[in-house]
Every structure is written in C-alpha cells, then in structure tokens.
Design a protein around this ligand. Structure first.
Ligand SMILES: [Zn+2]
Length: 50
C-alpha cells in the first residue's frame, strides 16, 4: 500500500488516475479529472508553462 496519495490541486479530492496534470511556474500540478484541469488553467493562465 502506498501512502503517498496526491490531492487534486483544485478541489482537494484524492487523485485516483494519473494523466490529469499541468505544468506551472509552481511546478507540476495534479488533478482528479479533466474538468479540474480546465478550471485551474482558466483561473491561473499566467502561471501555465505548457
Ligand atoms: Zn479535482
């Protein structure tokens, strides 16, 4: 059992699936779903690197 659960950078829910990520000036952010990625990117457009 891994205890290194990552929480979604937007809503705080545990990230169960890899792949929903985005690169920012603050590092790589992980998200629980595509919706959270989209909202984060909308809200933090000035921090996005990709
Ligand atoms: Zn989320």
């Amino acid at each position: 059992m891994k205890e290194t659960k990552v929480n979604c950078a937007l809503c705080g829910l545990p990230v169960e699936i890899d792949g929903f990520t985005t690169n920012t000036t603050e590092g790589l952010k992980l998200f629980c779903c595509a919706g959270c990625v989209s909202v984060y990117r909308l809200l933090n457009g000035d921090k996005l690197l990709d």
